[in-house]
Design a protein around this ligand. Structure first.
Ligand SMILES: Cc1cc2nc3c(=O)[nH]c(=O)nc-3n(C[C@H](O)[C@H](O)[C@H](O)COP(=O)(O)O)c2cc1C
Length: 202
């Protein structure tokens, strides 16, 4: 597959077949992810594949809890939260066969010292995000679909998801990605902004 085809046909997939993803394909996804640029060459990322129903259920329930707490703080009624829940992360998190948690190790540093804490954190998050994009494009080539689940980062639950993954507190969850065979063919979503609106030459 041409890179351009992968870029222009990728779209967030929210409905999946029950079919398992072959181990070889999981390997190919991660091999693509770790070819991404990585700030200071640190490669301080870790990909946790939540595959068992038990682990996925735990993550799913944590997200449900995180969402309720988050939106209640903004004064949203339970009725509205239920509606949002459906829209944002859907039934059983789109029934995906895999959730891929992309973590980065905050203790692996290039610049040491408090002064660089934020910079180092941002660099690591950016590196992990690039790895995620590689993974998502590779998924298109392999006939798989993905969706970024920002809801896994609600305050308070990120740590708990980390502990489902069996990781210590040096690990930070950058993103949780659902992956699997799409239930139906999805058309790429349109963009509201075009070239002229998002580019400026100086
Ligand atoms: C950082 C980030 C967080 C996201 N979080 C969610 C989410 O929690 N639930 C969801 O269904 N989609 C989520 N998405 C997917 C976006 O909604 C989606 O990319 C956007 O609507 C554009 O659609 P497309 O990916 O099909 O082009 C997230 C995307 C990004 C980049």
């Amino acid at each position: 597959m041409e890179l351009g085809d992968a870029i222009f046909t990728r779209t967030s997939v929210r409905y999946y077949q029950e079919r398992e993803v072959e181990e070889e394909k999981i390997k190919e996804l991660i091999e693509a992810a770790i070819r991404a640029p990585t700030a200071s060459g640190l490669e301080n990322w870790l990909f946790v594949i939540f595959k068992s129903s038990e682990a996925k259920k735990k993550v799913y329930e944590l997200i449900a809890k995180g969402m309720i707490e988050y939106y209640q703080e903004f004064g949203l009624s339970m009725e509205k939260i239920e509606k949002l829940k459906k829209r944002i992360y859907g039934e059983k998190m789109y029934r995906a066969p895999l959730y891929i948690g992309v973590f980065m190790n905050k203790n692996v540093r290039f610049l040491k010292g408090e002064k660089f804490d934020l910079l180092e954190f941002v660099w690591s998050v950016e590196s992990a995000a690039m790895a995620i994009q590689n993974l998502m494009l590779k998924a298109v080539e392999l006939g798989l679909g993905t969706c970024y689940m920002g809801v896994a980062n609600f305050e308070g639950i990120e740590e708990e998801i980390r502990s489902v993954a069996g990781l210590g507190e040096e690990w930070y969850l950058v993103g949780l990605i659902t992956a699997g065979y799409p239930l139906r063919e999805e058309k790429p979503r349109k963009r509201r902004k075009d070239f002229e609106e998002v580019v400026t030459f100086v």
